[in-house]
Design a protein around this ligand. Sequence first.
Ligand code: HEM
Length: 164
Amino acid sequence: MQSLQQQATGRSGVKEEDAFAIDEVNLYQKLGHQTFVNLSTEFYNRVYADEEPWFRSIFANSTKEEAIQNQYEFFIQRMGGPPLYSQRKGHPALIGRHAPYAITEQAAERWLHHMEAALHNVERIDPDPRNRMLNFFRHTAYFLVAGKEMMNSRRSPANNRKQT
Ligand code: HEM
């Protein structure tokens, strides 16, 4: 059986080495703290104003401010900065933390659409860091889709039925 990483690669079209090219440079040092705050602000401004209610509603249980802080602290920690996210909330455990939400392929594409627009709108994020981040985001989004499907299949009654 394919690992979640392999599924993420197959479904996103992003090879693992490209997804983790964010680790070849210290993007936090290169871009600075405020750039990540600006990126998450740009991103969630778009998400919370999305014209599609099905997508907007996925985020209905969090305030925009919470979501922005969670995201930029995670990005900062993952891209070479201080471990702000884990200091406040513990291990990121992304699959588990996304368990309450409908992480479908359609949701992943919409998430990525807003993230791509946000990346283009933040000063200082030129094409090299932008491409590294986009590859990481695309791969991770499909990793989450695959993780969700795995959890759903474990929970499905057909799989839990006793073989008599
Ligand atoms: C949190 C949805 C992809 C990282 C959340 C939340 C939602 C959500 C609804 C809760 C908002 C909050 O309170 O922070 C989605 C959807 C995705 C997606 C629909 C589409 C595939 C991603 C990706 C990453 C990511 C690709 C990382 C690269 C995070 C982090 C949090 C979060 C770090 C904060 C978790 C917490 O502290 O509870 N996401 N997400 N998400 N997401 Fe995603």
